[in-house]
Structure formats: structure tokens, C-alpha cells
Design a protein around this ligand. Sequence first.
Ligand code: NAP
Length: 473
Amino acid sequence: MKILLDGQWIDRDDKIEVSDPFDNSVVDTVPKCDRIDVEAALKAAVNGFEITKRMSVYDRAQVLYKTAQIVAGDLDTYATIIAREGSKTIREARKEATRCVNTLTVAAEEAKRILGETIPFDSFPGGEKRRGYYYRFPIGVVLAITPFNDPLNLVAHKLGPAFAAGNAVILKPATVTPLSAIKLVEAMVQAGMPPMAIQVLTGYGNEIGDTLVADERVRMISFTGGVEAGKHIVHQAGIKKIGMELGSNSPVIVWKDTDMELAIESCVSGAFWAAGQNCIGVQRLYVHEDIYDEFRTRFVERTRKYKIGDKMKEDTDMGPMITEKEAQRVESWVNAAVEKGARVLTGGKRTGALYEPTVLENLPDGVAVHCEEVFGPTVNLYRVNDLDDAIAQANSMPYGLLAAIFTSNVDVAFKAAYELDCGGVMINDSTDYRLDSMPFGGVKYSGLGREGLKFSLQEMTEPKVVCFYLPNM
Ligand code: NAP
């Protein structure tokens, strides 16, 4: 595929192959951008902002509504690209494409609600005869850096609000999954977005990233990805706004009074969705001891029914990991835990990039599958008997994106909601629940700031005060 740079769709002789992790077939190629392309993108983005900041809210919203319609009218194509270039099964990919339509639609709606307020200047001596207000203005050039695991919708989560706010964007999608992102940019241009409003750079983050991130023409970095890259970017960025949507190893508490069937269905899906490559995937399950044995038996039975394999088949529940190297990493983490005493209840085997849905218990302290973000299809069971202890264990990690609790006791639910240290608590859903318009983000190493259209729009705009001194009033 070509990329959009300085208003033109361009190609390069130097290319990167995008391959399907299931069979390693080449899906397509993209240009391998270099530092000259980065400079071209930065210059063009500054010019693009001169256009976008002058567009009316109505025009910006119309482009986003039309983009949503284009994606909605071609869902199968988008789903196929997501499934081919990434890890998702075709059913998972369809859901992502549908969510992208909602993300763009809500971005269009929120464009019309970028509001300011009047300011009571005369509320303090010295403010007499002054009248004023603030309004929110676009921040300028937004650098959007996106991960592989939701290659379409997480791009929409940045392009939608950035454009709704009147910004220009430089998009650097994940190198393994750039195709869905480019297809979305094609739709935006088709919908009437000025081509100068967006620059796409396909190339390795560790080659072109520093030049982009450190450049003063970039006024905001909106990054979604892993903690390591996030920390590096923060160090390079200098003085600019930064939004960080990072990882987690999400905890779920299953209390003794829960609807067990609901908890099992929800947590199995939450653990293995997108082969566990999901920032809100269930990784740590704290189960009350009164129901632990039955929960474990039924959870393992349900996991064993999971059908893994060809992503394009309708009845496949889980596809491969994004690369064989990633599956090897998960395999080595599980093996290291087992050597130290962890027990594999089901799964634990790898074929190429396919790693079986794996359930573990008896986790020793300090092993990576317990305390790091696995970002793969493994889930840990822990036996607990005290709510304070379960909450303390849930909070004991350096992450805090979403947490969840299954219970029918409102007191238990409220206590968990207030004491779990994270960006959101799901009651009777697993952590793998996100409405695209809710404020989404984490505490500690899980991130900085919030996404979720209305909230992204706040982050991607700045308030400007206007004050009239009216001495003759
Ligand atoms: P990643 O390796 O951190 O990469 C994310 C993006 O950052 C890619 O586009 C990557 O480019 C780029 N990048 C890497 N190093 C860079 C640098 N030095 N400068 C500029 N850009 C750089 O993450 P991933 O493996 O794609 O995604 C998985 C991670 O994302 C997980 O930790 C997951 O939890 C997190 N995530 C968080 C959320 C959330 O909303 N909180 C949502 C989804 C995923 P290349 O591809 O070229 O390396």
C-alpha cells in the first residue's frame, strides 16, 4: 500500500513486508520511511494544520460522519485486513471494524461539543469592568503512535478526536500491522479530509521514532503501546503534551456469591480475546476459596473447548500470536514459572506462532507470568478468602488500567470499586470491557491521561482565555 505524505499517495523502493502470522504469507508491502520522510512529514503537518484549524466544526464533523459511513459500508474488507495482517480471528476483526464506526461517529458528535465557559472576572477586586471567557483551540500537530493489537480502532481513537479538534496528525502505525491504518486514512480522504491534514509514516519506531518524538513542531504525542517504548518516548519528548495508553496485567476478583457461569464465560473470553494480546485482557484471577475448586474445574473445561487455528474460519475462537518470536517469549515465561513451581492446568504448548490458551495456578512470587504484562493467552488462578487481601493483591502490581469484580453483593462491589487502584472497575464483567466513549486510561505504569472521544478532545485541545477590559462600561 502507498502512504499519504505531503498531500500525495507515495511509494518507496525500500519496502517492509506485512505478513500473516498464521502462515507467514505476505499480505502486502508498505514503504520503509526514513529520516528524510520524517522531515517531509513534519513540514507538511505544519502546513496541514493551517488548513485544519480553519475548517468549521461542521465540516470536520461531516468528514468524520462520512468516514464512519464508508467503513460501515465496507466492514468485510476492513475485517479481512485486520484479520490477515494481525492476530485476530475474522469474528474478532468484525467486532473491531464495527467499533471503529462507533468511534468515528462519536468523534463527529463530540466535535460539536468542544465548549468553553464565561469567566466571572469581577469575582475578585481588580477584575471590575472585565468580561471574558475561554474557548478550546486545537493544539497543532499531533503525533499518533499506535500498536498492533487493535490496528484499526486504536488508530480511529487518535485520528477521530485529533481531526474533530482541528489538529493535523502524523500517524505512525505499528510496523507489523500498518494496512488497516492506511485503509482508514484512505476512507478519511475519500470522505473529504484535506489530504494535507494527515501524514502517514510507515517505518520502524526504533529508527525513525526519536527524530519524530523530539521535534518541536510536534505539540502532542498520543502514544498507545508498551511501557518500555512509552518510557523511552517520554525521555525523548521534551516540552510537549503527552498521552500514554500503556499495558497492564489486569486483575479480576471472583467473589463467593457470584453467578459462576457468567464469570467463567466472561473471564475465558477476556483472557483469550485476540490471543491474549489485549491491554485489558484478564491475566490474574483471584477466586474466593469457597468456590475455587468448582470454578477451576469449569474454567479449565471451558478453556479446553476453545478452538484455535486458522483466523479466517468462522468457527475459530483464537488465532496465532502476532509473531512466532512473541509466542516463544510466552512459552519461555510459562516454562520459567513451571520450573519454579507453577502448575499448568491446561495449555502450555506452542506450534509456530500459535500458543495454546493456558491456565496456570500455584504461581510463585516474582515470575514474569505473574508480575509482568504477558500480552499472550495465559491466565493465572489464585485462591483468596478475604476481600481486603484480594484487593491488596490486585493492587500490588506497578500497573492499573482496568480491574473487575464478580459479585452479587453491592457492599462488596462498592468496596472494590473504591479501593481498586486503576482507571476503571467493571462489576460483573471481566476487565475486557470497553465502551469507546468512556474515559479510558490507567494509573501507575498503565498510562497518562485518558482516551475516549470526549476525553481525548480535552487532551488534544488547549483553553484560551479572552478578556475584555471595558473602562467605559
Ligand atoms: P510497542 O512495541 O510499544 O509499539 C507500539 C508503537 O510504538 C509501534 O508503532 C512501534 O513502532 C512504536 N515505537 C516503538 N518504539 C518507538 C520509539 N522509540 N519511538 C517511537 N515509536 C516507537 O507495543 P505493541 O507491541 O505494538 O503493542 C502492545 C502494547 O501496547 C502492550 O503493552 C499493550 O498493553 C499496549 N496497549 C495499550 C492500550 C491502551 O489503550 N492502554 C491499548 C492497546 C495496546 P514499531 O511497530 O515500528 O516498533
